[in-house]
Design a protein around this ligand. Structure first.
Ligand code: ZN
Length: 81
């Protein structure tokens, strides 16, 4: 099993939140979160942001466009280890 990079976490964050990851990816991602405070706080922030919208599954709030912009923003902020 290969290690995830921070950029992979960013790539998969939406599916992770939506709980649409397969078991293997989910496991590797959570393992990365345990070792990487940066990604952990990123996920926490993202979850908090979504819960503020009132619904984790609120697909209307998190439009494709918002997801894309958020991803791009995060890619510039998180550097691969
Ligand atoms: Zn990381």
């Amino acid at each position: 099993m290969s290690e995830l990079k921070c950029t992979d976490v960013v790539e998969n964050i939406m599916n992770y939140i939506d709980q649409e990851l397969d078991q293997t990816t989910l496991f590797t991602l959570e393992k990365h979160l345990e070792m990487c405070p940066e990604c952990k706080s990123f996920v926490d922030t993202y979850k908090r942001m979504l819960s503020l919208s009132g619904n984790l599954k609120n697909q209307i709030f998190v439009t494709t466009d918002i997801r894309k912009r958020l991803k791009n923003l995060l890619k510039t902020k998180i550097k691969p280890h």
